[in-house]
Ligand binder design. Structure first.
Ligand SMILES: [Zn+2]
Length: 405
């Protein structure tokens, strides 16, 4: 058993507790949470004490591309369409072994920052293998691409084959899903086919949706840099007169089951209504949107409408690090509200809130300890002192002992 005492304990579903403790049982679940004197110390339990730190639920990162960790800082293309193309070139030049190292580094970087659950999209399977090997928690959405309608059957066959291989890694901690990437990389028939496949297999779906103005231009008017790039490849592009949200609704993607819509910047009031009625969740990535100049997600309108919203960093090719506290600040949240968005609301967005997202007896022991007893400004340092996934310590900061080398 593991017992952690901290200067403050933040259950999220209950008010913060000064000098609190959490007891973790051998099944990796929370056995007790409360003021230090009221939480038992069973004989033989490992005890850890952090008098000047805050113990919180593990953070949930609702959008990552951890297989791209090795590409941090390596894409300076200013335009979004050329940036996307450059990513593909850099990925094509990456050997499988490097994806494996990159994914593992990405998982460890998350743990260093107190993130215990990721919703990751990737095309290589490296993150699935890394999470399984290292004992991490997450949903891994396997990406599928194919803007040429003639390639639809081949893309679906590849997807089925990849999931056939990856399904051996799935567990209660590691869920698999599918991700038809984006309107500029996926043809209409491929969207429909992936939606059918996800429904049949009961797989969650993630889509990059309504991210850039260029995407809106492509879908609505059949013009702009994405349209030109597709035509240059001999792929016909028609104006659809729809917003990206209306387009994916029409193709049956939003209603394909548990759906996570990533970005949702270019959405208006009718789009927000569609997202709410479809029961989808949104992954809000404010720093990535800012870095690419996409604009601002109308997150207040989404939440007021009842759309579940979690925060995501996006890849380290878009943002400089996987610091979720910085995302919360960029979204305008701080203190307990920021913590709630980064934990329970993230878990709700991924339909995982019955098991994680708050400190409650019976829930999974996904925890993080940050070196500050207050979560208000200044923001806590983003490096965690301790990170625990399902009761197992996966990251422990080595304290510097003065005078020792
Ligand atoms: Zn992304």
């Amino acid at each position: 058993m593991l017992r952690i005492r901290a200067g403050s304990v933040h259950p999220v579903t209950a008010p913060p507790i000064l000098d609190g403790a959490v007891l973790v049982d051998d099944a990796g679940k929370i056995a007790a949470v409360g003021p230090h004197p009221r939480v038992p110390t069973p004989p033989g339990a490992r005890t850890l004490e952090f008098p000047d730190a805050a113990l919180v639920p593990g953070l949930v990162n609702c959008h990552t591309h951890l297989e791209l960790t090795h590409l941090a800082g390596r894409n300076r293309e200013p335009g979004f369409a050329t940036w996307i193309r450059r990513i593909r070139e850099l990925k094509d030049a990456t050997p499988p072994e490097e994806f494996r190292r990159s994914a593992e580094q990405g998982v460890r970087d998350c743990w260093t920052r107190g993130v215990t659950c990721v919703a990751d999209t990737g095309s290589t399977g490296a993150v699935v293998e890394a999470l399984a090997r290292l004992g991490g928690r997450g949903i891994a959405y396997h990406e599928v691409f194919g803007p040429d309608p003639a390639r639809c059957a081949a893309s679906i066959a590849e997807l089925e084959q990849a999931l056939g291989w990856l399904s051996r890694f799935a567990s209660s901690h590691l869920r698999l899903g599918v991700s038809p990437h984006a309107p500029y990389t996926v043809s209409e028939p491929l969207y429909r086919a992936v939606a059918d496949f996800a429904r049949r297999e009961g797989l969650p779906v993630a889509v990059h949706l309504a991210e850039s103005r260029e995407e809106v231009q492509l879908v609505r008017e059949g013009s702009g840099p994405f349209a030109e790039a597709l035509r240059a490849r001999g792929i016909a592009v028609e104006p659809r007169g729809l917003s990206p949200v209306e387009y994916l609704l029409q193709l049956g993607v939003l209603a394909s089951g548990v759906c996570l819509c990533i970005h949702c910047v270019q959405v208006d009031a009718p789009d927000v209504r569609i997202l709410r009625e479809a029961g989808v969740a949104a992954a809000h990535c404010p720093r990535s949107n800012r870095a690419h100049g996409h604009g601002v997600t109308p997150v207040a309108a989404l939440r007021a409408a009842g759309v579940r919203v979690g925060l995501g960093t996006d890849s380290v090719v878009s943002v400089e690090d996987l610091d979720l506290w910085a995302e919360a600040e960029a979204a305008g949240w701080q203190g307990e509200e920021a913590l709630r968005m980064l934990t329970l609301e993230g878990a709700r967005a991924l339909c995982w809130d019955r098991e994680i997202g708050s400190l409650e007896a019976g829930k999974q022991a996904d925890l993080a300890v940050f070196p500050s007893t207050t979560l208000y400004r200044p923001l806590p340092p983003s490096a965690a002192l301790l990170t625990v996934v399902a009761g197992r310590v996966v990251h422990e900061a080595r304290a510097e002992i003065p005078g020792e080398r």
